[in-house]
Write a protein that binds this ligand. Structure first.
Ligand code: FAD
Length: 481
């Protein structure tokens, strides 16, 4: 067995670096079962929280129930997000059947008055849930753990290298990279998937109440019906990207066999739809595990291409997770380094060449057709190419009346429309536009010493013609699409 640099057997010890107790209550000996409340790691393969719950269930001699509850209470709940999430539940149900695991989906068209997790937890010995700093998960779990009668623990199933390895905020990709790479191979150990020894007695599922939906038999038509009846934002409609682990696996396979070998070059072209993996929405909801992606990429890609890809999917993604776990408020300008604070103070009153309100931005009605096209891609497909996304974020910094307003609007637009929104990457990516993880540049109006990016120069650097062809639009058109 491999050893952790600290000396402990790493494979077994990984779990301790992933575990965060959410209250100080005991595991209840009279509890009838262990409950895994699945929130952000929406899969049964390569799932550390499930692994922990299974080990505890066997240790306590109790059965295990996996619960997922969906209602309209998550941030920016919409027909788009709801459809993607429900599509994911179907794959979980099928996998649960194959593994002999008990999985229950409960669904409410508005908000649960008494959520099923509360009803079930009242009879559980222990509740295990996912550790995730955004999408409302940390707040929801914290409030629940305070009320629960038993021990509640959160397990990190998002990172490849356990997030608990880093106890402080890392400042840049260059500081976290060597630490991550040192532990990467050890962390890629597969998680054992199996059902606990004790079967769940009949009657336990009924405790959740009458809101159970048979996820395994959900058809696309039934999903559309459930979504249409839900009190979510219907102005943000479902998109073609299909949720779920099977769709994620198919996307990964197509990317690995297609563009991955030329990833460094092809990801730079906004018009190349297949130039990047487009896995971010699946990674965000845990429909696919990052370790699974990394193993596939390492097995099947030339080393240079694998390294380039893992620099994004491991280094930048885990830097973002570290930022959201360790920074007191990742969605505030206060999260920015001192040199940015000084720059913003010096340039707060600079005259902006263009200013727009949130409405104009949301409708993609600015003077720049490339920016508008990016907004159109976001609104109509639920995604935006990384190159355009950087330009999109940087431009709003100079077009909003204040830096704080720019940050707030970017968070709103990103999280409302993007299927990968409300992720640690969302706030790290947006804050990067304001100088986070970066260095100072030469002083300019409005930008101050923050790295500038120009939509005009982007047209020279990238071939944007095909992108504009696809997503370019006339004023007012977006509202009609
Ligand atoms: C303003 C702005 C907002 C952003 N908002 C989000 C967001 O809401 N959700 C999100 O997942 N990413 C966000 N990003 C980061 C990045 O744009 C996306 O992760 C990437 O474009 C997703 O496409 P892909 O899956 O094809 O990426 P690929 O190039 O195939 O990369 C593979 C994976 O690596 C990770 N990754 C790639 N680039 C980054 C990055 N710069 N930072 C952190 N992780 C990265 C993602 O998980 C991605 O799926 C944002 C970036 C900016 C500049």
């Amino acid at each position: 067995m491999t050893s952790h640099p600290l000396g402990a057997p790493w494979v077994r010890d990984q779990l301790s670096y992933r575990t965060q107790p959410l209250n100080e209550k005991r595991t209840q000996p009279e509890g009838e079962f262990v409950l895994y409340w699945m929130q952000s790691t929406q899969r049964l393969d390569d799932n550390w929280a499930l692994r922990y719950a299974t080990l505890e269930a066997d240790r306590l001699g109790r059965p295990l129930l996996v619960l997922q509850q969906l209602d309209a209470s998550y941030p920016h709940a919409s027909a788009r997000h709801h459809t993607f999430l429900l599509q994911g539940t179907r794959d979980i149900a099928h996998r649960a059947h194959a593994l002999g695991l008990e999985y229950q989906l409960t669904f409410s068209r508005s908000r649960f008055l008494a959520p099923p997790v509360e009803r079930l937890a009242a009879r559980a010995a222990l509740v295990v849930t996912d550790l995730f700093p955004t999408w409302g998960v940390a707040e929801r779990s914290g409030a629940f753990a305070e009320r629960a009668w038993c021990r509640v623990v959160a397990i990190d199933g998002t990172s490849i290298v356990p997030s608990g390895t880093f106890t402080r905020e890392e400042y840049a990709a260059r500081t976290i990279r060597p630490k991550l790479l040192k532990l990467l191979d050890l962390s890629l150990e597969r998680v054992e998937d199996r059902a606990p020894r004790k079967p769940l007695p009949a009657g336990i599922r009924a405790i959740a109440g009458s809101d159970e939906v048979d996820a395994g038999s959900l058809t696309d038509a039934r999903i559309a019906q459930l979504v249409s009846e839900s009190r979510v934002d219907h102005s943000v409609g479902a998109v073609a990207t299909h949720g779920g682990s099977r769709a994620a696996d198919a996307r990964l396979a197509a990317f690995v066999d297609g563009a991955l070998a030329d990833y460094s070059e092809r990801r730079r072209h906004p018009s190349d739809e297949w130039g990047s993996s487009r896995l971010s929405a699946y990674l965000h909801h845990g429909h696919i595990g990052a370790a699974d992606v990394a193993r596939t990429v390492l097995e099947r890609a030339p080393r240079a291409a694998a390294d380039a890809y893992l620099n994004e999917m491991v280094v930048w993604r885990e830097l973002s997770l570290n930022f959201c776990l360790r920074s007191p408020d990742p969605r505030s300008l206060l999260a920015l380094p001192d040199w940015v604070q000084r720059s913003m103070a010096r340039h707060a009153g600079d005259a902006r060449d263009f200013t727009y309100g949130l409405d104009a931005l949301e409708r993609g009605e600015t003077h720049d057709d490339l920016w508008n096209a990016g907004q159109c891609e976001l609104v109509t497909t639920g995604a935006m190419h990384n190159v355009v996304r950087m330009l999109w974020g940087k431009s709003v910094l100079t077009w909003a009346p204040t830096y704080a307003q720019a940050l707030e609007w970017l968070v709103h637009l990103n999280d409302r429309y993007a299927l990968d929104g409300s992720d640690p990457n969302s706030y790290a990516g947006i804050q990067w536009c304001f100088g986070k993880f970066d260095r100072p540049f030469a002083e300019r109006a409005v930008w101050g010493t923050i790295r500038p990016m120009s939509l005009v120069r982007a047209r020279v650097k990238y071939d944007v013609a095909a992108y504009l062809e696809r997503f370019g639009m006339r004023k007012g058109e977006l509202a009609l699409r």
